[in-house]
Ligand binder design. Sequence first.
Ligand code: PHE
Length: 341
Amino acid sequence: MTISLGEPMDALQTLLNDAPERIDRAMTIAELDALENDLVGRTSPIASARRMLGQIKDGAERGATGKRINDIATQIQAMIDARRSDVETAEESERLVNDAVDVTLPGRRPRRGTHHLIQSTIDEIVDIFVGLGYTVATGPEAETEFYNFTALNIPRTHPSRAESDTLYLDYGDEEDEILLRTHTSPMQARYMEQHDPPTYVVVPGRVFRADAIDATHSPVFSQLEGLAVDEGITLGDLKGTLASFAKQFFGSDTQVKFIPHYFPFTEPSAEMHAYTDGRWIELLGCGMVNPAVFEHVGYDPERYTGFAFGMGMERMAMVRHGIADLRTLLDADRRVLEQYR
Ligand code: PHE
């Protein structure tokens, strides 16, 4: 049987001869699809040879040529199909390798948090007083004018009652006013109302003042109040207790001195200073409980005496660690805070 179409058929033979190598070089399904289009697609030499078949007038010759074209197309297609299943298998196993989960990898541990320096200072100081036999209480941050001022013998005209110092939440009449407590001292009165003497209690808590933030002030800070009431308590007990606290917190060679001061709720009153880093530094306010406060809470001032003190927690931390600027403690900068874990 004669095959005609001369040159186009030679081109098909070349196509067939080259096909195995070209097909083997296709490494992905996408490459293979493109190659399939080149080899057997609508613009391939096979398609154009088919279109030329009509030019062959002799029927037998046309049939033989057509059969030869189909034969070549079928062989090439078979090679493409075989390669396609190899490439699919290869791509699939590559995907499996890439997607594999290494179950032997150690997990990522969440970073362990710590208390902020202010909180750990509170905890440590509370512990010191618990060691001295004190109990711990807490009280409301939103306080009445009565407990914050009146019960503490602070007169109506006292400047700390002014709006320039105190943040008011609600202006009621006289003693119904609600404010953010300016110190933890209102808990002296609240605690004594609820508990009979002997009373040994410390009260940590947040307090608020109408101050702008600077190196030594913040509108929100923490205090720890202390109150000891019993029969026969003297100024000597106050000094011994606070000196013992200072030695435990700042170091056993810490010296303290007491300088006369004034607070309406203690009489006499003092500031305790401590000697650290070559200078005297004011640490806290203290004094013997004013009998006028005992009257307000129903303690017998003939029978009981006591002392009270209040100290700023941020200040304690700053003095102990040599921190010059309060804002260091308020910025949530972990590079700084992590030094005090
Ligand atoms: N409440 C006082 C203050 O905030 C401190 C203080 C407490 C003084 C108890 C004496 C007794 O400054």
